[in-house]
Design a protein around this ligand. Structure first.
Ligand SMILES: Cc1ncc(COP(=O)(O)O)c(C=O)c1O
Length: 478
């Protein structure tokens, strides 16, 4: 595979105002080092030539040459005649971290912020009771519904149609959640060693699911504001990936919503590269405030496999999700599904039918509760950790916070000692890095979040103190 190439204009945008500080060569070198260490420029990416970067930054050639020399000295750049300058890491590529997030279930000795999942809405027990009343009608059959109960497939197809994507119930395959949907989509589309393009950061367990399917993952760095269509297009052209996993609706972890005009561009790039999108719509119903809505990605790229779930809109305990496929792929998706499991539980599918009937009211309450928790978390952070940076996301369940120092893993370890479980930035990364980021979900009650931030602030000072003690003893540690 050809090396990734980072255009000079894109690098200049990533560096932002870094080049304006003095001395400029040092500021550029520091900015680049952080981008590489954070995984926002991926290991092995070919950087622009000195001449190209000089023009893009409007600085002198000597300045850029000195920056590159400094990075080479510190192990962040390798330059070879003929192949240009390539991003590296001191010690080589980082071994892949285990990505999976494991919800802690009933363990109440910690505040668990690794899991972005709300409690069941009021009325869930009643929905179970109503579903139980309907169950006898199903008991005479085998109970196997490999594509799902017809009544649920109809309700889900209707919801897609309401969102502007006409859908036949036959196009819906009910799954045991969105993660299962991603795994089924990967099995449908890819074989061993096929390339799958994945946004980085992205939802950790999907990274693990795709890796286990044998696919070769290609990370595309996405900014907290969402993917840059030029960067995505470049990656698709270069890799001709078989599939691309995208979360355009309130991305996990950044919360970004991809606007319609970018969806249209991304759809063209996918088509040109012959790549099929697996679109994870887990958060699609969780727009907050006046976030607005975008049309489903499958209205732009009709061969998309769209994955959805009841886990975040309603309750994770249902373990019900779905996959929407174009007609000509339903057979292949069903076959892939049958190699994993034979269907989803009948009772929970009936429960979801009841919850969907009250969708508007339940979601309005959920959005209200999330908005309050988001405000409490943001206020506690502004108060206790004022040098952390984050943008209030348009929707979804978490803040993606940028730390002033790349200490995310150290922070997670320290926070655990103070009773808070955190998912560090590198968990969300396909190829390492993201030590400068941490995801903080706002699915818990405001008071619990305030308490968690208090403990995180203590853990943060501890992680910083340890770091400065280490760098006094070992000043070469960056
Ligand atoms: C983007 C995304 N995809 C998939 C999942 C897993 O969802 P499910 O519980 O439906 O398997 C999550 C859960 O957090 C998620 O955020």
């Amino acid at each position: 595979m050809a090396a990734r190439h980072l255009p000079a204009t894109h690098l200049a945008a990533l560096l932002g105002s870094a080049a304006d500080s003095s001395p400029a060569y040092q500021a550029i070198a520091d900015g680049l080092r952080l981008l590489i260490a954070d995984g926002r420029i991926l290991y092995g990416t070919r950087l622009p030539s000195e001449r190209e970067l000089t023009a893009a930054l409007g600085v002198s050639r000597t300045t850029v040459a000195r920056s590159y020399a400094e990075l080479r000295d510190r192990g962040y750049l390798s330059s070879r005649r003929g192949s240009g300058s390539v991003a590296t890491l001191p010690g080589g590529p980082q071994p892949p971290t285990s990505n999976v997030l494991m919800p802690s279930g009933q363990d109440t000795s910690f505040i668990d912020l690794t899991c972005a999942a709300p409690a069941a809405p009021p009325g869930t027990a009643q929905a179970y009771a109503d579903a139980l009343d309907e169950l006898p009608a199903y008991l005479a059959g085998s109970g196997y519904y490999p594509t799902g109960l017809p009544v649920l497939r109809e309700a889900l197809a209707e919801r897609f149609a309401e969102r502007g994507l006409p859908t036949d119930p036959d196009q819906i395959i009910v799954t045991t959640g969105a993660l299962a949907g991603v795994a089924i989509a990967a099995r449908t589309l890819t074989g061993v060693a096929d390339r799958v393009l994945v946004e980085t950061p992205t939802y950790p367990n999907s990274i693990a699911a795709l890796r286990r399917s044998g696919a070769r993952l290609v990370g595309v760095p996405v900014e907290p504001s969402g993917p840059d269509p030029d960067v995505l297009d470049g990656a698709l052209r270069r890799t001709r990936a078989t599939a691309a996993l995208l979360i355009p609706d309130f991305h996990n972890p950044t919360g970004a919503l991809m606007p319609d005009h970018i969806r249209a561009r991304v759809a063209r790039s996918l088509q040109d590269a012959g790549t099929t999108a697996i679109v994870d719509e887990t958060m699609v119903e969780l727009g907050l405030g006046d976030a607005g809505h975008a049309a489903p990605m499958a209205t732009f790229a009709s061969n998309t496999l769209t994955v959805g779930t009841a886990s975040k809109s309603f309750w994770g305990g249902l373990r019900i999700g779905w996959l929407r496929a174009p007609h000509d792929r339903v057979g292949a998706v069903t076959e892939a599904r049958l190699s994993l499991d034979l269907g989803a539980p009948v009772l929970e599918q009936l429960v979801l039918v009841h919850l969907l009937r009250q969708r508007e009211a339940l979601l309005a309450a959920r959005r209200q509760q999330l908005t309050a928790s988001r405000a409490a978390l943001a206020a506690a952070l502004a108060d206790q950790l004022p040098d952390w940076r984050f943008a209030l996301p348009a929707g979804g369940l978490a803040l993606w916070c940028e730390l002033p120092e790349p200490l995310s893993s150290a922070l997670a370890a320290a926070a655990e000692r103070h009773g808070v479980l955190l998912a560090s930035g590198p968990r969300f990364s396909v190829e390492g890095g993201l030590e400068r980021f941490i995801r903080l979900p706002y699915t818990l009650e405001p008071d619990t979040l305030r308490e968690a931030v208090g403990a995180i602030a203590v853990a943060w000072s501890e992680a910083r103190r340890r770091r400065s003690a280490t760098s006094r003893r070992r000043p070469w540690v960056a």
